[in-house]
Write a protein that binds this ligand. Structure first.
Ligand code: AMP
Ligand code: MG
Length: 407
């Protein structure tokens, strides 16, 4: 057996980021920016009002109060989207809407709430002062022209897309999300809804793995089920490697007589067959077929999930150009004894983590922990990492790899 870290390093050494491309802005969500973005324009491009109100000279209104209002002549009205036409002189005000350019001469905005008058009044009563600069958003106060607004390597979230739009970048250069083909193998698998024959089971790993990979930020595609047949497997694997940036298979990589994925991949690709010192998901295969990384996951549903989460994710995220390679690993309090027996492996117990009122995470193991217990696993949002040994006592800390955010 080899440690998990060694298997992970083996994978990382053989995965590399995809070549950057230009993509439409919305397609860049969840992608990594390939180079820095330097603003060509100021944001905002001109000084504008942060409030609906009146653009004034601060000195004119310094003494204003509701008991001693200052009266100013309204010389213009400016809306967002039009240029300011008239300069403000002492004794004057321009009625101004949020986002409209501040007229020349004005150095403060009095919000409409601090005035009385009305939209058509030619004189406005100012009921409160506004110091110089108040409620004015200066040109470049969000972004200065020439500033590096986003660094190379930024994982683009919604606000980043907004920033790119604000500086006029409509097609950023990103590392595209990897296209990952998922296929399952096994003569026992039925995936078309027909009644089960003797020895048959329903295929469940593909929807699980495709959805899981998508939830971890890659574009996964369903490549179907392949029979335990050499030629069929060779054809399916070759086609998958040809059309995808990575291939994930489940089943057929352990010690059984019909574990043909092992045989076929061994012939086609440069493979390493690993026994990883974890439970579940000990068998794991990784190799490169015609330049495409192949992850051979074990067939047991829970094992395939754990294997994808711990070994698939860092490889796939490397291909995506990401620097956050692993799922978040957080500290939680064991809500019950987390039992295991010593076997030379790290056990990953499926747990459900919730936030306790004291702000700590509590990890509760889901009921059944066998590698075929998918129904129980569906209730888990984390994998509690139990080092080799007797387990972790209730109330002690345990590290948890989060599969999805705790609630
Ligand atoms: P294998 O790794 O092929 O020896 O499979 C291990 C166990 O997982 C066996 O009980 C298989 O029937 C089961 N299994 C393999 N692939 C799938 C799948 N795609 N969906 C559900 N169960 C599977
Ligand atoms: Mg099989």
């Amino acid at each position: 057996m080899i440690p998990l870290a060694e298997a992970r390093e083996h994978v990382l050494a053989r995965c590399s980021p995809k070549a950057p491309i230009l993509v439409p802005l919305l397609d860049a969500l969840g992608c990594v920016l390939a180079g820095p973005v330097v603003a060509q324009e100021a944001v905002p491009p001109f000084a504008n009002s942060a409030m609906d109100g009146y653009a004034v000279l601060a000195a004119d209104v310094a003494s204003a109060s509701s008991s001693a209002p200052v009266h100013l002549t309204v010389v213009d009205t400016v809306a967002a989207g039009v240029g300011a036409r008239v300069a403000v002189e002492p004794g004057q005000a321009v009625r101004i809407m949020t986002g409209a350019p501040v007229p020349v001469g004005a150095d403060a905005i009095v919000p409409v709430e601090h005035t009385s008058g009305g939209p058509d009044a030619t004189v406005v009563a100012i009921l409160d002062g506004s110091p110089s600069g108040r409620h004015i958003r200066l040109a470049g106060s969000d972004i200065e022209p020439g500033a590096e607004v986003l660094r190379a390597g930024t994982l683009l979230g919604p606000a980043h897309l907004g920033v790119l739009a604000s500086v006029g970048v409509r097609r950023p250069v990103v590392v595209p999300r990897p296209r990952v083909g998922v296929l399952s193998t096994g003569d026992e698998l039925v995936d078309d809804g027909r009644a089960l024959g003797p020895g048959q089971i329903r295929e469940s790993n593909r929807p699980l793995l495709v959805a899981l990979a998508r939830s971890f930020g890659v574009d996964a595609v369903d490549l179907g089920t392949v029979r335990d047949d050499r030629d069929a497997l060779a054809a399916a694997l070759t086609a998958a490697a040809d059309s995808c940036d990575a291939v994930v298979t489940s089943g057929g990589v352990s010690m059984g007589d019909f574990d043909l994925v092992k045989v076929v991949l061994g012939e086609l690709a440069d493979m390493a067959w690993m026994q990883v010192a974890i439970r579940p998901a000990k068998p794991f295969a990784f190799g490169v077929l015609a330049g495409t990384p192949i992850f051979g996951l074990p067939g047991n549903p829970v094992s395939s999930l754990v294997s994808l989460a711990l070994l698939g994710v860092p490889g796939l995220r490397t291909i995506a150009g990401r620097s956050d390679l692993d799922l978040p690993r957080v500290r939680a309090v064991a809500a019950t004894d987390l039992d295991r027996h010593p076997d030379g492996r790290t056990a990953f117990l499926r747990v459900h983590c919730t936030w306790a009122p004291d702000g700590r995470l509590r990890a509760v193991p889901v009921g059944a922990q066998g590698s075929h217990h998918l129904a129980a696993t569906a209730g888990a949002n984390g994998l509690a990492e139990l080092p080799d040994g007797p387990g972790i006592a209730q109330g002690d800390h345990v590290m948890v790899v989060l599969l999805s955010p705790p609630t």
